[in-house]
Design a protein around this ligand. Structure first.
Ligand code: X90
Length: 276
């Protein structure tokens, strides 16, 4: 079996021990320039250019053709996408899956709509990898990963929702309340796969405490945690230390957001995916 793991770039390009992941890039687009969210993108430079650029900006999901190219060469495709509640990426992947099966009738393709993004997609990729290593067959893997998604969650602390509002992915009223200096919005990916703002916190310290409390409320009890951040190593490490103090045995990693998540989470943003 030649199995391939495929994800759109909102999963933040991370590596697995013994297997490659093929990433399908989203794009970040301004009046002046188009950024492709691949491994060559310099996200810091992109954010600096975006903050200087007065005009509009937005994003675009991959097309079916991009997903199709990524599937090429596999007889089994295990894919994962950003939430269909905010992006067309999942739909494009489903169209591509259909076309791939037409081209190669023996091929098996499964795409999971995470109703989430970023580090929660990382947890899913790790789960696919684990199940393959355990020698599970295609149907078992699909069933188990769907079940796993009931036990993974995404919460966040963001200092700005400007880019969400600009793209009509959150209401202007919600975005405005966060724009105030020093205010962080803490919330989660809703069951529908949209942004749900839950608390406004004054200052990062309070926001980080709020994240820990939210994890406990949502049933975290020592499972895996994946933290990603947009140029906020300090905040992410401080959160990691607070968690380690409570659950010393936990499996935790901290890594940077890449292009797409950096664009929406903006400077200082922290995303936390965890198992319940
Ligand atoms: O198709 C496109 O153009 C991409 C649209 C993506 C919109 C959402 C990106 C979210 C990035 C920000 C914080 C977490 C929010 C969670 C909501 C599910 C990460």
């Amino acid at each position: 079996m030649k199995a391939k793991l495929v994800a759109d770039s909102s999963a933040n390009h991370h590596t697995l021990d013994t297997m490659d992941v093929t990433y399908v890039p989203l794009k970040i687009i301004t009046d002046e320039k188009e950024y492709t969210d691949n491994s060559a993108l310099d996200a810091e430079e992109m954010l600096a250019e975006l903050s200087r650029c007065k005009g509009n900006s937005g994003t675009a999901c991959p097309g079916a053709g991009d997903w199709l190219n990524a599937f090429e060469g596999a007889d089994t495709v295990l894919g994962v996408s950003i939430t269909s509640g905010l992006s067309g990426s999942y739909n494009a992947a489903v169209v591509a899956a259909e076309e791939y099966r037409n081209r190669y009738p023996d091929a098996r393709v499964f795409i999971l709509d995470t109703l989430s993004t970023g580090p929660e997609m990382q947890l899913i990729l790790e789960k696919y990898h684990q199940l393959l290593e355990e020698g599970k067959d295609f149907d078992e893997i699909c069933a188990e990963v769907k079940e796993y998604l009931h036990h993974t969650h995404l919460i966040f602390s963001l200092a700005s929702l400007d880019n969400f509002a600009k793209n009509g992915r959150v209401s202007p009223a919600v975005a405005k309340a966060v724009g105030i200096l020093g205010i962080r919005v803490v919330g989660r990916a809703s069951d529908e796969g949209t942004l749900e703002s839950q608390h406004k916190c004054r200052g990062e310290k309070r926001a980080l405490r709020c994240l820990v409390a939210t994890m406990k409320e949502m049933g975290y009890h020592g499972g895996k945690v994946r933290i990603t951040h947009t140029f906020n190593e300090k905040g992410a490490s401080s959160l990691a230390s607070s968690l380690k103090a409570l659950w010393p045995e936990m499996d935790l990693s901290v890594s940077p957001n890449r292009g797409l998540c950096s664009y929406y989470a903006e400077m200082g943003g922290i995303l936390v995916a965890f198992e319940s």
